[in-house]
Structures are given as structure tokens and as C-alpha cells.
Design a protein around this ligand. Structure first.
Ligand SMILES: Nc1nc2c(ncn2[C@@H]2O[C@H](COP(=O)(O)OP(=O)(O)OP(=O)(O)O)[C@@H](O)[C@H]2O)c(=O)[nH]1
Ligand SMILES: [Mg+2]
Length: 359
């Protein structure tokens, strides 16, 4: 990536000029930049459609947990509420009141919720989409922003249809999808795309497709930002996170190796520790290995926390993320980047740091 190349160049130059403060500052600045790419996601839809539940699911919070958006059968969302992601505060989910509850025309509604800041809108409905949803979508389009229709509570429809003798899940889903598409087309939306979702079971139905679509539509610098807040609902997402993490680690280790190539007392160690601590923290969060995430998972599944710590390694093993892999990346990068400039002593130090951080 060109940004990274330019940072690497500035970094090397600063080191050649013996300007260690500038070199360290450059790394910190870039790490901060990478972790601070803002992503603002607007969630809107009529009252009771499941907006707040959707926001909580993305933040991997139970509805009754501290910091969760209030949800329920009575009307609860009446104002614009930002919910930052607990591990990635640069990502904010905005729980918006349904346009119908505000009685504002679409243009005024968008102005009041501050539409400019949103990267995209998710318009949720638990039934067919209505005129209000369409008016809003058209106005969002006029403002040159993206929107996605999400039809929620599919689990309810499937459960109801299952009672019938000739139940066929695919047919049921197609029927709901066609019904939504027809409704939207009838109200003037050209070839609408509707994603069928159960917020209680994000791994099912169209949520994975929604994830892929969002990723495809976002500008490239924001793709990883979205990826890392995606719940780990399937191996594909875990593998994508792994790849992105590897790329990042590769680059960090390159800088770390460059730092070590020039004998500046103190700097290399500081860089290693800062760089690796940052990378490993990121890793731990992305894969839900932090203590609060594991405790939540333990609560949700009833699996004792200690057992979970052991079990959780298996999906990671499936994605081939291991401490050995991390070590390999770090040492191999060191070798490639240094082109023989740095001592093997440095590799060992870097590896040891990784090991220590993992304990
Ligand atoms: N079965 C099922 N129920 C859901 C789903 N999503 C939300 N619900 C339920 O629908 C009800 C309303 O959900 P909320 O998230 O509070 O809806 P909201 O859109 O935020 O509502 P307001 O804040 O009043 O505008 C709650 O009882 C949720 O548990 C889903 O995917 N499946
Ligand atoms: Mg709500």
C-alpha cells in the first residue's frame, strides 16, 4: 500500500539521519492512523423492526448487557444514539429513530440525523418495506450515499412456515425475498437488493452476503475497518481477518526490522514492544479472545470459561493461526526486509516478545 511505502521511506530516512524521535513518532502516527479510520453505520427502520437488537449483535453484546442499546416490544428508540464498538471505538453504529415516528419528510429527517457522516445506511424492516422506507432510500440516494434493505426476524417466518407439511426453506426464503423486491419495485426502487436476516442467528440466511456486499462497496481503506468488527460467524470471515492481520504484522515487522538495522540504543526494543503489543491486542480483539468477549461467550453458551479458553483454539487452528505462524511471519519478514543487514539476535528478540505477550 502506497501509504505504508511512504511511511517506511520516511521512517528509514529519519533513522539514517539519526532522528530516532521522528522515526518512532512516524510509527506511532501510522499505527494510530490504521486504528482510527472512522466508520459510521446508520441503522434505521420503523419502530420495533429490530434496529437496536441489530446494533447489539454487531457489537456482540447481549440485549440486557451494560452498554447495550435498549430493546423491547414497546417503542424504545426515539433519538439518534451513537454506539461505539467496544473494541474498535472508531466504528460507530448509529441507532436512528424510524422516520415514521418522527413525522419528518425524508430530506429533513436526513439533515437532522446528520447524514453526511454516515458511510452507509441499513434500512431494517420486519415486514414488507413501506412507503416511508422507500422515501428515505430515494433521499439517501440523492445525497449520494449507499443504503441496504435488511428484512429481519426471518427466524420467525421460518418457524411459522415449518408447521406446514410441504415446508421448504429455500422456497420460503425466495418467497419473502420476492415479496420485498416486488413491493420496493412497485414503490419506485429500481432492482432493489434485500438481505434476509435473523439477528439472533447472523450466520444463517443472507447476513454473510450482506457482509460481502458491504465489503465490496466500501472504499478500500475502510474494508479492514469493517472486517474487524464483523462477528466471527463463519470460517471465511476468520480467514479474511487472519490474512489482513498477517499483512499488517508483515508491515509492522518490516519496520521493526528496519529499526533494528540501525544500531540506535533503546529504539529497537521500544519499537518491538509497542508494535507487537499493538498487533497482538488487535489480534486478541479481532478473534474475540479478550477476557470480556470470552466471558460473554461463556455466559451465552454455558460452557465454563476455562473450557472455552481451550475450545476457542480450534477455529483458530482451522484458520491456521498459531503462535508458530506468528513467529514465522515475524522472523521471515525480518529476514526478507533486512537483506542480511540485521543480526539473527534481533529475530530471537522479536519472537520472544511475541511469546511473552501470548502468555
Ligand atoms: N425473532 C426475532 N426477534 C427479533 C429479531 N430482531 C429483533 N427482534 C425482537 O424484536 C423486538 C424489537 O426489537 P428492537 O431492537 O427493540 O427494535 P427497534 O427497531 O430498536 O425498536 P424501537 O427502538 O422501538 O424503534 C425485540 O423484542 C427483539 O427481541 C430477530 O431477528 N428475530
Ligand atoms: Mg430501538
Amino acid at each position: 500500500c502506497s501509504l505504508n511505502t511512504s511511511v517506511t521511506q520516511t521512517f528509514s530516512k529519519a533513522l539514517q539521519n539519526n532522528d530516532t524521535a521522528a522515526a518512532a513518532a512516524k510509527i506511532q502516527e501510522n499505527l494510530k492512523q490504521q486504528n482510527n479510520i472512522p466508520l459510521n453505520i446508520a441503522i434505521t427502520g420503523e419502530s420495533g423492526s429490530g434496529k437496536s437488537t441489530f446494533v447489539n449483535a454487531f457489537r456482540e453484546l447481549c440485549d440486557d448487557e451494560e452498554g447495550a442499546a435498549p430493546t423491547g416490544v414497546t417503542e424504545t428508540t426515539s433519538e439518534v444514539t451513537p454506539y461505539p464498538h467496544p473494541n474498535y471505538p472508531n466504528v460507530t453504529f448509529w441507532d436512528l429513530p424510524g422516520i415514521g415516528t418522527t413525522n419528518f419528510p425524508a430530506k429533513k429527517y436526513l439533515k437532522l440525523v446528520g447524514f453526511q457522516k454516515f458511510d452507509f445506511f441499513i434500512i431494517i424492516s420486519d415486514t414488507r418495506f413501506r412507503e416511508n422506507d422507500v422515501k428515505l432510500a430515494k433521499e439517501i440516494q440523492k445525497m449520494k450515499k449507499k443504503f441496504y434493505f435488511v428484512r429481519t426476524k426471518i427466524d420467525n417466518n421460518i418457524r411459522d412456515e415449518k408447521r406446514k407439511k410441504d415446508f421448504n426453506e429455500e422456497e420460503t426464503l425466495t418467497k419473502i425475498r420476492e415479496d420485498c423486491v416486488q413491493g420496493l419495485s412497485g414503490l419506485g426502487i429500481k432492482s432493489p437488493q434485500v438481505f434476509l436476516v435473523s439477528t439472533f442467528e447472523l450466520h444463517l440466511y443472507d447476513f454473510p452476503l450482506l457482509q460481502q456486499t458491504l465489503e465490496r462497496d466500501l472504499p478500500s481503506n475502510k474494508r479492514d475497518t469493517l472486517l474487524f468488527v464483523m462477528p466471527n460467524i463463519n470460517p471465511e470471515i476468520i480467514i479474511k481477518k487472519k490474512k489482513s492481520f498477517k499483512r499488517r504484522l508483515y508491515w509492522l515487522a518490516t519496520l521493526s526490522a528496519l529499526g533494528a538495522a540501525v544500531p540506535v540504543p533503546g529504539l529497537s526494543i521500544a519499537v518491538d514492544v509497542a508494535v507487537l503489543a499493538g498487533a497482538v491486542t488487535h489480534y486478541v480483539h479481532a478473534f474475540g479472545l479478550d477476557v470480556p468477549s470470552l466471558a460473554r461467550l461463556s455466559d451465552r453458551t454455558g460452557v465454563p470459561y476455562a473450557d472455552l479458553c481451550a475450545v476457542i483454539l480450534s477455529p483458530l487452528a482451522a484458520a491456521k493461526i498459531t503462535i508458530e505462524l506468528l513467529m514465522k511471519v515475524v522472523t521471515q519478514v525480518g529476514r526478507t526486509a533486512s537483506a542480511g543487514l540485521i543480526s539473527s539476535h534481533h529475530h530471537i528478540n522479536t519472537g520472544t516478545n511475541v511469546m511473552l505477550l501470548f502468555r
